[in-house]
Structures are given as C-alpha cells and as structure tokens.
Ligand binder design. Sequence first.
Ligand SMILES: [Zn+2]
Length: 470
Amino acid sequence: MRPARYREQRDGIWRRRLRVSAALLLVAGLVFLGATKLEWHRPTGELLHAVDALGRTSTIDVHLADAQTGLSRSRIEIESGGTRTVLASAEYAAASWRVSTVPETTISVPLQAIERKIPEGAATIRVYADDYSWLRWFRAERPILEAQATIDLTPPTLEVLSTEHYVTIGGAEFLLYKVSSDAIQSGVQVDSYFFPGTSGMFDDPGIAAAFFSVPQDLDVKTVPRAIAVDAAGNRREVNFHTVVKPRHFADKTLVLDDAFLERKVPEILAATGSPPQPDLVQGYLFINRTLRKQSEERIHQVTGTSAKTPLWDGAFLRQPNSAPLSGFADRRSYVYQGRIIDAQTHLGFDLASLRQSPVTAASTGTVVFAGALGIYGDAVILDHGLGIFSLYGHLSAITTQVGASVVRGDVIGRTGETGLAGGDHLHFSVMLWGTHIDPIEWWDGKWIHDHVTAKIDAYPHTTVTARRDG
Ligand SMILES: [Zn+2]
C-alpha cells in the first residue's frame, strides 16, 4: 500500500501546485487586463487660444489627448442664451482590443455663430471626450473642459470723413475717418499692403488719420478700402472714393565692370557678415537680391511704430546743391559682360553733390535708426509721425544718434559711398510704414497742403504742428 499512498500524496501536491499556478495566472491576467483596460484617467483637453472674444470668423481650437487607451470619441458644445449647440463630434476607431488609433488630436472648429444662429453675449464652451477604458461605461458624462466665452458678432463702425482722394501709383494719399472705440486695428488695406491709421490727434477721439499708398508694384485697378477690426476679429470694410492715377517708371541699365565688383563685393560681404560667395558675380547677386531683401525687412522692423502727431513742418527739404542721378522706382537692369544678370527696382532718389557733403534732415522728426543698414551702407532713418519716415543712405559719417530730435535742415551726417554705391552720393527715400513712396510729393508744399494739411484743418485739433506749407 505504501507506493499507492505515496502516489496519492504526490498527486495531491501536484493538484495544489496546479491550482496555485492557475490562480496566480488568473490574478496576473486580471492585473494585466485591469492595468490595460481599467484606465483610471480620463482624456485631457486644452484650449489652444483664448475664447473671451469670439467673432464671426473665430474658430475654437482644442487639443485632446489620452495617454493610455487613447480616444474613443469627442464632442464640443457651446451654450449661449439657453441653447446648446454641438459644434463638432467625432468617433475614433480602435486599433486593437487594447488601444485607439488616435492617442491625441487637435480639433479646429469654426464657430459660424451667424449660420448656426448662436446669439451674442456670454457663452459656455464644454468639451467632452472618452477613451477606450472599460470604466467609460460607468462614468457619468461630464465635460473634461469647460470655459466661459463671450460672443461678439458686431463689427466696429467706420465712417470715411475726407472726400477727395487722388493717388498716383507709387505716391501717397491721406484719409480721415471716424471709427468706433471697440476697434483694435483700423486703417487702409491696399491689395496685400496694410497702412494703419492713427487716432488721438483730433479733439474728437474717434477721428483717425491714415496715410496710404498704391505702391509702385501695383496698378490703377487697385481699390483701397478703409477697414476696422475688433477684438473678436469682426471686420468692417468701407469703400471710399479714390482716383488712382497711372505712372510710368524709367527703365535704366547699369553696367557692372570687374573693377567695381572687385572694389565693392568683398567690402559689402565683410561689412554685413554675409556668407562667403563662390565668385564676384555670385557675390554681387547675393548682395543685390538677398541682402537687398534683408535690408528692407530691417527697415520694416525699424518703422513699425511712429509718432501719433505730424512732426514734419511743411515741405521736405531736398539735399542742397544736389543733382538727381536716378529717380523713384527706376526699373534697373544690371548688365555684366554684355548680358543682363539681374533686375531690381530702385526705391528712392540718388542725389549727388560734392564728396562728403553735409546731409540735412528733410524735416523735423526723431532719429529711429543710425548705423549699418545692408545695401544702404551707413544710414539714418527719421520718424516724421503718422507712419512717414525718411532714409539717408551710403553715408561716410553719421553725426546723430537714435532718439535724437532733429529739425528741418539739421546736419545728420556726410555723404559717402558705403554699401551698394558706385560713387559718393546720397540715397534718399521717403517711406510709409516702411513702404517706399515717391519723395517728389514731399518736396512739394502745395501737395502737402492740398492732400494733408487742408484735411487736418477741417476738424478741430490742438496738437498738430504741420501748419506751414512752404
Ligand atoms: Zn539709391
């Protein structure tokens, strides 16, 4: 009997071991399943921008994520004036029994408040999302994100006050308008150019003034429009009467020789810290294209803010005793060894006189730039207010500094040939918020009177200095 008892004992031990192993396996399986499918954390949601001012064209942008099982569905709702509107809802497929195909996603949903008849005023945005956790069957539905919003569908009001607008291609014109106080931006849109207006100049704080241009690269079919935008992005566009006059710009050919390239190209590349170029012609093209573009970008940075009242005083002063070498917006072709290698537009006047002549401020203003400026060499930029700036390039010496106030005729430097200049001369530009405009209008006291001062004087104001038209 001993062997049989022994067998029984042995089988008993094995059965117990088997049961323990099965139980352990079951526990391990349940732990694994629980860890995988009983994910405790709900999905997270985040608004990608503020919703305190939602307008006609606003979108609501939400980032959703679920780290473990991934997203199963989402829904974005807005409640306004007692009505709930579902703005977006989505279901996300499972990739396996364990996880979703979508661990995270960004939803951008247009509010379309007018189309969806969502009323203006206070609103609540609620975002709902679920994951692939089994716990989702037991969870009460509550938003993972709730935010208070304000819906504003009314654009600012804008009324054009000035009546006469005659602008020549490449030149400027002046607009007066009245805008409601909710506007955060207003001015004149001309194709892709935007010219901001300035308020605070008139006794009526609602009146704003904006210079605008139909820049030299546009044509007479261009239609300038007054615009105003509020914090919710609602945009008012108003057409006003403008006559755009045509203009022909001169075609000029510049012949480049080796002596010029040898003298200027290494000098400018070194002075501007530009990358080394394979040869002189490539170096010249880098300067004439890339560095020219970079110089204009720098000008736009420098001319981004301007005095809120006119600082200029009558007609601009033209560099004394100087002869023009080239005019505004000449179309230049660059010829090397008998063939055209480049074409650029010359955005200013080149004025030549004696070498190292004193350079005078064209009008009263503030120095906003004094130093190296790419193709313009050593240069000075003055702010004359309301977005009007003047630029003095290729200087051999600068005798003023940023922040200084200058008056018409003050000496600010000496002419030279720094930067992309073939000989001693002054490059003079007038710019509107960094866009070059024709200086000829600014040398003409009658033009300034008729287009600007007469319009300003039609409305009560106390702070304007631009009274002399001589
Ligand atoms: Zn020039």
